[in-house]
Every structure is written in C-alpha cells, then in structure tokens.
Design a protein around this ligand. Structure first.
Ligand code: PLP
Length: 386
C-alpha cells in the first residue's frame, strides 16, 4: 500500500476504544467502559423519525440544518442554558464530535497550540493531532475533585496558543466547574486573545448542583459551545449535535460541513425536533437513574474502603486504584481475570493515572457485579505489589 498521511499513522488511539476492543474478545464481559447510555431512545423520537422518512424527508437538508430545528435549538439554549441565542447562531452537526472537529478545522493552523485539561476526553487529542496542531495539557486540581484551576491555564499559554478547550460537566472526572473559575477563563481568553471551545455535551446530565454555560459569562464572539443530543436523549447512534457561536463563526462552520458531511442526517434532525418538542420528563428520568447508580456505586466503594472522585455531572466515576500501581496494567488484569471492562485513567492523560473510569451508563446489577469484582481484584493486586 502506498504511504498514508503522517498524521494518520501517528494519531493517538483512544484508550476507551482499545479497552472496548479487548473486551469484545472476553466471554461474558461486564462492560463498565463505554459512555453509551443503556437506555434506548424514547419512543416518540423514533416514531417522529420513522414518520419523517415516510413523509419524504430523505434528501439533503441545508448544510447548517433544517431552519425549524435551528429555531427549536435556539429556543432550548436560550431557555435551558440561559444563553440568548438566535437561529443564525446555531449549526446542526454530526454529533458533538462532528461539532468539535469542524470547530477545530475552522480555527487551527498547523503548529497552533490547543490547551486541554489533564485528564481529558481522548477525542480532543486525536482531533487536534489530525489538524497538525499541538496539544498542551494543563493540570486540574485533583484534591478538589479535579476542579478547574484558571492559573494553571494561564501558566500554559505561549505566543502560539490559539484555543482553550473547557469541558463541563466533565468526562471523565464528573466535575462541574464553578462560575468564578469559568469567569476567569473568559477573562484569560480575552486578555490573551484566544478562542474557547466549551464542550457542554453533558449539559443536562447534572447529578447535583447546577451547571453554567460558559458563554453566559461574556466573550461570546470568541466562544464556540458544543452540545449533543447523544447523551441527553440516549441518541448516540443518531449522530446529531449542534454548536452555538457568533453568526459569523456559525456561517463558517456551516460552510465547512458542505464538502465533508453536507449536513447532519435528515432523519436524525427530524428526531431531534421531536426530542425538543416532546415531553422532557424522559430526560429527568434518565438523570434520576444515573444519580441512583452513582449513589449506589459510591456506597459500595465506601463499604470497601476504596477512594473515588464524587461526580456531580455526566455519568462517569473515577475510582482510585493507585494501590495497584499502573492503571493500564490494572484495567487489563481486571478484564482478563474478572471479565470487567473499565478505562484506565492514563487513557485520559497522565493526570488520570492511578484511577480507572467506570461508566454509570450501565444497569445497577452490572455496576454492582463489576464494582465488587473490581474491589476484590484491587485487594489481590495491592497485596501482591506490597
Ligand atoms: N465530548 C465529550 C466530552 C464526550 O464525552 C463525547 C462522547 O463521549 C463527545 C464530545 C462526542 O459526543 P457525540 O457522541 O455526540 O459525538
């Protein structure tokens, strides 16, 4: 085969996918590694998409999305995220991932630096690498539940820094950043003339307290906020999300979709319209389940004397496995000996070392079995390494 692009050969592989691929080879595996809700998409959304297919919504939609959906999204963001938004500030994308990719495409020249937290969702490092840009990690405050430390961001800025990525509620840490820290991020971005990509894909998965949309705190012309239907409505396979930004940047992002995806899928867009128009209680019910699972998981870990970071948003739990040494080796051992799949903290960056990520998007029974097995594997491994 002739040579492929250098950036492809050197793109970091997602540690989440790696564990998922390994898990597929293990019989009767207990899957706590994936961030895919175990709920199916609510019926009324599926029915609306099916009806739209029958009614002929099978052609290309406009590149930025159907006008009606953009209108509904603008209303949602204005009302629920408290961010006054008009439809020309919205672009419908192929999931949150597609919104992030097109945003990086719009902003980055080769060699530009992008600041992300450590630990961080591994999608960003791969996407940044594919733009031939340079990833730099700033530490989170581990002792305060991986809280955001704006000074650490400011210390990482160089003349080459172009973008800061903020993810709250955060995957993998479950942290929800406070207003004061977020305000300082906006001030820093203004002072150093940076773009901010605010990944708010878990905006509605709030387990306690509340979340603040970054762009409500100022600096709107330099912020691109990324949202998705994937997590909120259990629609991961529909590949539908959206970005909210200035009308000028929205026009650029819409234009960049044309040569690649053309637009998000027509049927997914019709499903998304139904999601926004239909009963919202379905979201509350799913969030209640994630909270119930989190509480049970924390109780079980407390009983076993195992540390963790209390998640306030998203649906992940970082469990302290440092007594067993290297997190990748421990996660592999847990998979091979106990048939329980998790993600080693190191997959999210050096800042995640000493922990594994457990997904709460699995049934209570699965969590119970998986966490008990984790506890016994941890005891065994820790006593060996002593
Ligand atoms: N951003 C974060 C922080 C995520 O965890 C994910 C998916 O897990 C995404 C973006 C991508 O979302 P989507 O599935 O809508 O592309």
């Amino acid at each position: 085969m002739p040579e492929v692009a250098r950036s492809v050969a050197t793109t970091p592989h997602s540690g989440i996918r790696e564990m998922a691929d390994l898990a597929r080879q293990v019989p009767d595996v207990v899957r706590l590694e994936v961030g895919d809700p175990d709920f199916v998409t609510p019926d009324h959304i599926i029915e609306a998409a099916a009806a739209a297919a029958k009614a002929g919504y099978t052609g290309y939609p406009p590149s930025a999305g159907y006008p009606r959906l953009r209108e509904l999204i603008a209303e949602k963001v204005t009302r629920r995220n408290h961010l006054a938004t008009s439809p020309d500030q919205v672009v419908v994308t192929t999931g949150g991932g597609g919104g992030l990719f097109t945003s990086f495409l719009a902003l980055l020249n080769p060699g530009d630096e992008v600041l992300v937290s450590d630990p961080v969702w591994p999608g960003y490092p791969a996407q940044i690498h594919l733009q031939n840009a340079v990833l730099k990690r700033f530490p989170l405050d581990r002792r305060r539940g991986f809280a955001l430390d704006p000074d650490a961001i400011e210390r990482s800025i160089t003349p080459r820094t172009k973008v800061v990525v903020i993810n709250s509620p955060c995957n993998p840490t479950g942290a929800v950043y406070g207003v004061d820290e977020l305000k300082r991020v906006v001030e820093i971005a203004e002072r150093h003339d940076l773009w901010v990509i605010s990944d708010e894909c878990y905006d509605e998965i709030i387990l306690e307290g509340e979340t603040v949309s970054l762009a409500t705190l100022g600096g709107r012309d330099r912020i691109i906020t990324v949202f998705t239907f994937s997590k909120t409505y259990a629609m991961t396979g529909w590949r539908i999300g959206y970005v909210v930004t200035s009308p000028e940047m929205a026009a650029i992002i819409g234009k960049l979709q044309e040569p690649v995806v053309a637009s998000a899928s027509s049927l997914s867009q019709k499903g998304a319209e139904a999601a926004l128009l239909g009963p919202q209680a379905v979201v509350g019910q799913m969030v209640d389940s994630y909270r119930e699972r989190r509480d049970l998981a924390m109780e079980l870990l407390d009983g076993e004397g195992i540390g963790y970071v209390r998640p306030r948003g998203a649906f992940y739990l970082m469990v302290d496995t440092s007594s067993a040494g290297d997190s990748l080796q421990f996660a592999r051992r847990l998979l091979l000996e106990e048939h329980v799949a998790t993600v080693p903290g190191s997959a999210f960056g050096p800042g995640g070392e000493g922990m594994v990520r457990v997904s709460l998007a699995s049934s209570i029974k699965t969590l119970d079995v998986g966490l008990r097995a984790l506890a016994s594997c941890l005891r065994r491994t820790a006593s060996l390494s002593r």
